[in-house]
Design a binder for this molecule. Sequence first.
Ligand code: PAF
Length: 282
Amino acid sequence: MIVIKSIREMQSISESARKSNRIIGFVPTMGYFHDGHLSLMKIARPKCDLLVVSIFVNPIQFGVNEDFSKYPRDIKRDKELCESVNVDIVFIPNECEIFPPDFSTKVEIAGRVTECLCSAFRPGHFSGVATIVAKLFNIIKPHFSVFGQKDAQQLVVIKKMVKELNSPVEIVAGATVREQDGLAMSSRNEYLTPEHRQVAPVLYKSLLRAKDLLILGQKDTSVIISEIRKFIDSNGPFKIQYIEILNADTLESIASAKGKIIIALAAFLGKTRLIDNIVVEL
Ligand code: PAF
């Protein structure tokens, strides 16, 4: 495994890999790995000849009052974990090289996919994500890239960007990896106090209860949303940001559940913001 910091060097390795018909797989990350990240690398590994993982805490996807400066980092451990799953290249670019002082390009994905879920609470977030992902795709030139279903809206936004910009990158989704008690793995779980960590799985439980209601025949999404809300409110000190039931591919709102739907939510426990979702096929 090698570690590359320079954009030029990364580009030239990718160019020669492509010339010799080697398949490049790519997992973009912000580091501080947990099993969720490793599962994305394990999905990519058998599908490619050159597996590249980037570690870059992207400043432009954090809002002014968000956790950019305290976002957890442990590059030494991350490199060891990459090695353990046979990553070929860890790309750790410098912030100044990625975003020089005069940098001014923005990738904006407009429309429904950035008008729902997290968008209202994290203005500019998806533009920040799309901009860095577009840059990383240009540098690494992957044939495919793996993104976690945990960040469901990000996945839909990136799929739309790739389609509309005709980027020759296949987007592969990796299932959400959960702790034994159901809490979706996230680097931000680190922020939870022991008391909050204990109640955090209530969010996933609420999604499973909603799925049961759907399977039992309840189609009215407003009824299901209000059941989820009641369950969460009565089982912990959560501050709910949103609970939405949408078409899983387009993120259009739906009044009556049918087809492939996503039930997604975001809530604060203290200062920690948690998101989770499940996809249900009806
Ligand atoms: O999902 C993440 O960790 C980030 O949003 C990503 C895709 C690495 C872009 O910074």
